[in-house]
Each structure stands twice: as structure tokens, then as C-alpha cells.
Design a protein around this ligand. Structure first.
Ligand code: NDP
Length: 275
């Protein structure tokens, strides 16, 4: 029997999720239909789309920009949330559990999955994250759980970086003991093991105002699909680099596994998409 899935977003035409999930379904030898679902950018439209999908027998929905926060609020009101969704304050994966809406967030674990596949060291890593939006928030807990020893969050608007740390510490009291600090992007300097660009600047083609005294052995940009100034900057300094396509595939693999209980080989799908 065909199982039905959607990805809800606005815009949504560019989404690679249907292709990625069809490749997973081929691996798992199951029959799925996975569609892009456009939704007007308001809470009631989003709630209506989600309700119609699950009432119609849908198995799972991914949620992308700008609905991850709305999905979080909907699950908090109507159902349940995973530990990772609570820490991220956002939901990218919806399903039903005992008939109730349940929200998870696989973005941060998808990143860790990709970093491990790249064999980049995370244990005891000193990490800098640039950006303090939803994407940055979603990766802090998974990176700490993967062994990071300190995380510095640098943001254009400094108050938002500190606010992110304060909010995470409230949701996750264990984080109080973690070495989390905030700084302005221009004041970020020194040696890191890993630096991650979690800003949306890649969309504009602008370059971040990085200090000359900033260096990192590994550099990761959550954006993908074109030459990224952030990665070019650190590659010129000798860092190993990666864009965020592997994170996209990694988060999709975890959603697929949650929905279908089939484990998949995300590296094979990443290789297929990269050619
Ligand atoms: P948000 O809008 O929540 O946050 C944007 C962040 O970028 C803020 O920290 C903002 O700083 C910063 N920023 C934007 N423009 C500039 C600029 N010109 N200079 C410096 N900083 C800037 O976005 P998200 O956190 O949701 O997403 C961030 C990126 O991560 C997106 O590009 C998204 O596509 C990508 N992403 C990739 C995923 C993947 O699977 N590969 C998964 C999820 C996200 P300020 O606070 O000062 O405004």
C-alpha cells in the first residue's frame, strides 16, 4: 500500500525532499508518494493543511521555512514534542502518535550525522557557530551530545546570541554547565576545531565580517548549491570544508526512519544527488 508524505513550505517548488525520500523508499523497497505542499504563510492555513493531510491518512510531513515555529506551537497545543524539538523550539518532522500530532526536529541530528560521515572530530571539539536563528538553535544540543566541549555563538545582533543561550538553558537545565558563550561576529577570533555558518547570508552572496585572527580546522556552511564565500575563506586558510547538502540528506534520513522504521544509507543518496 502506498504511504503518503508531504513537505510543507512557502516557497516550496525548489525543495529537494521528494527526490531524497524517493531514493530512500527505493532502498527500503517500499512504495511512497511524497509531494511538495504549498501553504499560505499564516497559522490557520498551516493548521488546516496539517489537519487535512493527517485526516486523509498521511503518514508523515516535513516542515520547512517559514513554518517550523508554527509546527512547534501546533504540536505544543494539540499533541506532543520530542526532546530535540523542545530544545530547538522548532519542528521539522510531523507524525501521529496514538492519534495525536507529534513533532520532532531532526535538523541538528542530521548535521551531526553528516559530520560523523565526514569523519570530522566532534569529541572535545571547540565549536563556533555564526548565526543565532532557528537553524543555530537546533544544532546546539546535538553538538553538545556529540561531545563538543565548548560552543561560541557569534551573531550580527549580539543580544540574540545571548538570548538563544538563555532560552536553551531554561529548556535544558543540563546546559547550564556547558561552556556556551556569545559574541559579535567581528569579535570572534582564535582557533576553533569547527566553525559553522548558520546564518542566511549565503542567500545574498555577501561575505561575513570575519576577523583576520579567526581560524578553524574544519568549516561547515549549512547552505548548499553554489560556491559559498564562507567556505572559500576558510579553505584558503587550509581548513577542510563542506556545504550543508549532507545535513539536508541526514535530517531527511532521520525523518524517514522515524516514519517508516526503515534504516537508510544517507551517504549513497548524498552521492547520487551530488552528481
Ligand atoms: P533565521 O532567519 O532564523 O536566522 C538568520 C540568521 O542569519 C540570524 O542569525 C541573522 O542575524 C543572520 N544573518 C542574516 N543576514 C545576515 C547578514 N547579512 N550578516 C550577518 N548575519 C546575517 O534563519 P534560519 O536559522 O532558519 O536559517 C539559517 C540558514 O540555515 C538558512 O540559510 C537555511 O537555509 C539554512 N538551513 C539549512 C539546513 C540544511 O539542512 N542544510 C537546515 C536548516 C536551515 P541577526 O539575528 O542579526 O538578524
Amino acid at each position: 500500500m502506498t504511504q503518503h508524505f508531504i513537505v510543507i513550505g512557502n516557497p516550496i517548488a525548489h525543495s529537494k525532499s521528494p527526490d531524497i525520500h524517493q531514493l530512500f523508499a527505493q532502498q527500503a523497497r517500499i512504495d511512497i508518494e511524497y509531494s511538495r505542499q504549498y501553504c499560505p504563510n499564516d497559522t490557520s492555513s498551516f493548521a488546516a493543511v496539517v489537519a487535512a493531510f493527517f485526516h486523509g491518512g498521511g503518514v508523515g510531513a516535513n516542515v520547512t521555512v517559514p513554518f517550523k515555529q508554527m509546527a512547534f506551537d501546533l504540536c505544543r497545543e494539540q499533541g506532543g514534542l520530542s526532546e530535540h524539538a523542545l530544545a530547538a523550539g522548532a519542528v521539522n518532522t510531523l507524525m501521529l502518535r496514538q492519534g495525536q500530532l507529534f513533532g520532532d526536529n531532526t535538523d541538528g541530528q542530521g548535521l551531526v550525522h553528516h559530520l560523523r560521515a565526514l569523519k570530522w572530530p566532534l569529541d572535545q571539539a571547540r565549536i563556533a557557530i555564526i548565526g543565532a536563528g532557528g537553524a543555530a538553535r537546533g544544532i546546539v544540543l546535538p553538538l553538545l551530545q556529540a561531545g563538543a566541549v565548548s560552543i561560541t555563538i557569534a551573531n550580527r545582533t549580539l543580544t540574540k546570541a545571548q538570548q538563544l543561550i538563555d532560552e536553551l538553558s531554561l529548556v535544558h537545565p543540563n546546559l547550564n554547565s556547558a561552556d556556551l558563550t556569545s559574541t559579535a561576529i567581528t569579535a570572534l577570533n582564535g582557533e576553533y576545531d569547527l566553525i559553522i555558518n548558520a546564518t542566511s547570508i549565503g542567500l545574498t552572496g555577501e561575505a561575513l565580517p570575519l576577523s583576520q585572527a579567526l581560524n578553524s580546522a574544519y568549516a561547515y556552511d549549512m547552505m548548499y548549491g553554489r560556491p559559498l564565500p564562507f567556505l572559500q575563506h576558510f579553505a584558503a586558510l587550509g581548513a577542510a570544508t563542506s556545504d550543508g547538502l549532507g545535513m539536508l540528506v541526514g535530517q531527511a534520513a532521520l525523518s524517514f526512519e522515524r516514519w517508516t522504521h526503515h534504516a537508510v544509507d544517507s551517504q549513497a543518496v548524498l552521492t547520487a544527488l551530488s552528481h
